[in-house]
Design a protein around this ligand. Structure first.
Ligand code: SF4
Length: 284
């Protein structure tokens, strides 16, 4: 069940703006080409957008003006491809913002894990794992990647970095869901289920959501667009799902994105977008 809560607004941002998704690079830029990627990201996709230190400083200035300290979610694409990513983390640290990193894990080695372990405001590293075996994982992520992903999880966990394993239950990997739950327990990692959206590579590859894995429901489930906004390529969006949708641009500032006019836009978006129907159904 989806919980309703006070609407985002500039006046209440200190309470209601809980999350800010940040794309350090364009969503379609990645070192992998996963079959279910909603941005159809791949190494072949070219986009020169890069978040700058000045962009991030401006973002923090805006948040301070609103009195808001949302949790920051650095995502992509593959955010570790940004050469200044750890500088961004240091800035978040200095300013006292909590944050997390979403990654495919393939670029997390011992050195990166050690750097991440030295960041007290880093609340989790979310690593995509699409199956408990090489066969199931690699069919989604790419050949030979299962071992690299597990290595990243082990490097992080051995340094007590909190890890969340993210799995997208699909027809193609649902047979491994019980095993992946077990694997997450063994690694001391949380497990989160990601919804499959009919977008990007998932559409091109005709992927279907799992039929045997029950949806992840919680009595306090809150839609991303009801507790935060996403920032990508200089603009704000209701959530990370819609950051490549020109119809979903909410403006060029945090204040724009949580204004009453923008919230009315989000209500309208939610009433007609098929992606929103997936969220509102709350099932994969
Ligand atoms: S896809 Fe729609 S319902 Fe889901 S979080 Fe984004 S705006 Fe909200």
């Amino acid at each position: 069940m989806v919980t309703t809560r006070p609407a985002l607004s500039p006046e209440t941002a200190s309470d209601t703006l809980q999350e800010l998704w940040v794309f350090p690079i364009a969503p379609e830029v990645c070192n992998l080409a996963c079959t279910h990627c909603l941005y159809a990201a791949s190494p072949q996709r070219k986009n020169s957008y890069r978040l700058t230190e000045d962009d991030l400083t401006d973002l923090f200035t805006q948040l301070a003006a609103l009195g808001a300290t949302p949790h920051l979610l650095f995502t992509g694409g593959e955010p570790t491809l940004h050469p200044a990513l750890y500088d961004f983390f240091e800035q978040a640290e200095r300013r006292g913002y909590t944050f997390q990193l979403h990654t495919n894990g393939t670029r997390i080695h011992a050195e990166e894990a050690a750097r991440l372990a030295r960041l007290p405001h880093l609340k989790k590293v979310q690593v995509s794992l699409e199956g408990p075996t090489p066969a199931l994982h690699d069919q989604v992520m790419g050949a030979g990647l299962y071992q690299r992903t597990l290595r990243a999880i082990d490097e992080l966990r051995s340094r007590d970095v909190p890890v969340t394993i993210a799995v997208t239950p699909m027809e193609s990997n649902q047979e491994g869901f019980t095993e992946i739950e077990q694997l997450a327990r063994e690694k001391g990692a949380e497990l989160v289920r990601i919804l499959l959206y009919d977008l990007g590579a998932a559409t091109a590859n005709g992927l279907k959501p799992a039929t045997t894995v029950p949806p992840q429901r919680g009595k306090d489930m809150i839609l991303m667009c009801d507790k935060g906004v996403a920032y990508s390529e200089g603009q704000y969006f209701p959530c990370p799902i819609l950051v490549k949708d020109p119809e979903s641009i909410l403006g060029t500032s945090v204040r724009d994105a949580i204004s009453p006019a923008a919230r009315e836009r989000v209500r309208e978006i939610k009433s007609r977008k098929s992606e929103c129907a997936v969220c509102l159904k709350g099932s994969t």
